[in-house]
Design a protein around this ligand. Structure first.
Ligand code: CO
Length: 134
């Protein structure tokens, strides 16, 4: 059911410093910051030949990644995103197998303008999983 690894998201305490590191030290193609008010984050996408890295920085006082950065002050891997062809079919299959969908269970529009859902990390070996319909 799952397809390609769409991206790995890394929460960072300093977005400019992280972008500079990927641009200069790693020589990666680094995009511009995008505010995602519906998700409480500012993101920068970094294009790699086989996937993307999503740098996440809190947007607003109730950002869902504030708590993560309090626990991980130097940043850390926040989630992985797998592609699916049909997000509703994927959600229903996962729910039937016992996985919990975060929020109200309905897809939101993600940073790429496509529907996304998040699955509870306790149901996936401690890893927050995002599904994106492609
Ligand atoms: Co993501």
């Amino acid at each position: 059911m799952i397809g390609r690894l769409n991206h790995v998201a890394i929460a960072v305490p300093d977005l400019d410093a992280a972008a500079d590191l990927y641009r200069n030290a790693l020589g990666a193609k680094v995009g511009d910051p995008q505010d995602e008010p519906d998700h409480g984050v500012t993101v920068i996408f970094i294009e790699l030949p086989n996937t993307k890295i999503e740098l996440l920085y809190p947007l607003g006082d109730d950002s869902p990644i504030n708590g993560f950065l309090e626990k991980n002050p130097s940043g850390g891997i926040h989630h992985v995103c797998y592609e699916v062809e049909d997000i509703i079919a994927a959600r229903d299959k996962l729910k039937a197998s016992g996985a919990r969908v975060l929020g109200n269970g309905e897809p939101k529009i993600g940073a790429h303008g496509k529907p996304v859902l998040f699955l509870h990390p306790k149901d996936f070996q401690g890893t927050l999983v995002e599904l994106e319909q492609v």
